[in-house]
Design a protein around this ligand. Structure first.
Ligand code: ARG
Length: 460
């Protein structure tokens, strides 16, 4: 049991207490960030005259050695240390002797762990952004492919009005663009360095916090030492953004599952992204989409846990905050996995264009357009609504669609109908007439695709 704080104690910690308190099993995940933070700290300590050049160089060489040995697997991070900070410091002292004991000058584990968590989260935000970006590109390409793939648009999961698959994909494009922007916002807001805040009240050493911040790529130092060591807002913001990403992925998954079902057959998932059944040879299951949907709760759980953990914590650091790590790491890894797989699934999925189109035709999705036709011929909308209702009833009884009715049949219900009704209710016409920005008509869609193209071109 290697502890940094044994001096004041007269007996050993109980083993169960030690185990309960220790965080090495999970904070080992940011050993790299811990070492990078220490390196910046040591450079600053030398620049401000707190360490000599020689001491700085010895410590830096020691830290570099530890990093290299951990990366190569030569040095194992074991449970014999309480946390990753103790592991690094103890190993440093083993390697370079007493100079290693100077590393922790002007620093506490409170500002150290605040820094490590920020560095780790910041790096992962970049990884997450890259994955969302990948998904945006795939969606963008699939939109361009499906500008004239007609399908029913739904409300209440009932066929409503005709749209195109490009338009449907475009809805998700907007959601994931917002997700991407949210990640960027969080990065900007969190990008201030807590190191140098000490345990809670700064330090008496003449630290140069601007320098440390700059060395670690932050915009500047944080401005209140108590807030610095107890702020986990950025973790909550990230978990909230991740929950929203999962909510979007889950809604999309639900649709893919429905579209891929035997009844719908709108799409077919690629073999590489489906699984079979151990007993039913005919099955091809959308497990990836189901798992993404299922894992959403796990990420929401992390957000709730973090909000709850933080709500009763008096200033400044309290050990409750150690609970910020496991679920956050899990949420980040979960979302990364889901994004990568989901993107591949969408990229490789086959679209059954004719099935989608047929479904739009059979579901009276052009009923609103038939009513609009009457309105354009002077019939008040409420009356038009009633007349088209009768048409639909008539079709349902005969098992046909509006397009299949003869002009005589139309005229029996309303004499206003003429031959041009057929053109007015063609799927193509119904979609093409919707030309306001944001609507599924081709011109409107092309404008949006051009805007998306410009958006994607600017993404870092
Ligand atoms: N393992 C701790 C954490 O994750 C590190 C900070 C410890 N600080 C303290 N005062 N015990 O929060």
């Amino acid at each position: 049991m290697a502890q940094l704080w044994g001096g004041r104690f007269t007996k050993e910690t109980d083993q169960l207490v030690y185990n309960f308190n220790a965080s090495i099993s999970f904070d080992r995940k940011f050993y790299r960030e811990d070492i990078e933070g220490s390196m910046a700290h040591v450079r600053m300590l030398e620049a401000t005259g707190i360490l000599t050049e020689q001491e700085r160089d010895e410590i830096l060489a020691g830290l570099e050695g530890i990093l290299a040995d951990v990366e190569s697997g030569e040095l194992e991070i074991t449970a014999e240390y309480e946390d990753i900070h103790s592991f690094v410091e103890a190993n440093l002292i083993d390697r370079i002797g007493d100079t290693g004991k100077k590393l922790h000058t002007g620093r506490s584990r409170n500002d150290q762990v605040a820094l490590d968590m920020k560095l780790y989260t910041r790096k992962e935000i970049d990884n997450l952004k890259a994955l969302v970006r990948e998904l945006l590109f795939v969606l963008h390409n699939r939109m361009k492919e499906h500008l004239d793939t007609f399908m029913p648009g739904f409300t209440h999961l009932q066929k409503a009005q005709p749209i195109t698959l490009a338009h449907h994909f475009g809805a998700y494009m907007e959601m994931f663009k917002r997700d991407y922007d949210r990640l960027c916002d969080i990065y900007e807001r969190m990008n201030y360095c807590p190191l140098g805040s000490g345990a809670l009240a700064g330090t008496t050493y003449p630290l140069d916090r601007n320098m440390t911040a700059q060395l670690l790529g932050f915009k500047g130092p944080t401005l209140n030492s108590m807030d610095s060591v107890s702020d986990r807002d950025y973790v909550i913001e990230l978990l909230s953004a991740l929950s929203t990403i999962m909510m979007h992925l889950s809604r999309f998954s639900e649709e893919i599952i429905i579209w891929n079902s035997n009844e719908y057959r709108f799409v077919e998932l690629d073999d590489a992204y489906s699984t079979g059944s151990s007993i039913m040879p005919q099955k091809k299951n959308p497990d990836i989409a189901e798992l993404v949907r299922g894992k959403t709760g796990r990420v929401y759980g992390a957000l709730m846990q973090m909000l709850t953990a933080m709500k009763g914590i008096p200033l400044a650091y309290n050990k409750d905050m150690q609970e910020d790590k496991e679920l956050t790491f899990d949420a980040i890894d979960t979302v990364k996995g889901c994004l990568a797989l989901f993107t591949g699934m969408i990229r490789t999925m086959t679209v059954n264009k004719s099935v989608m189109e047929q479904s739009a035709k059979n579901g009276f999705t052009n009923a609103t357009d038939a009513a609009d036709y009457l309105v354009n011929h002077g019939v008040p909308f409420r009356d038009a609504h009633g007349i088209v209702g009768q048409l639909v009833l008539y079709c349902l009884e005969k098992g046909i669609s509006l397009d299949d009715m003869t002009l005589e049949e139309y005229k029996q219900i309303s004499p206003v109908f003429e031959q041009d009704i057929y053109d007015a209710i063609r799927l193509e016409t119904c979609v093409e007439k919707r030309e306001t920005i944001g609507a599924p008509g081709r011109t409107a869609m092309e404008q949006v695709i051009a805007l998306n193209e410009a958006y994607l071109a600017k993404l870092p």
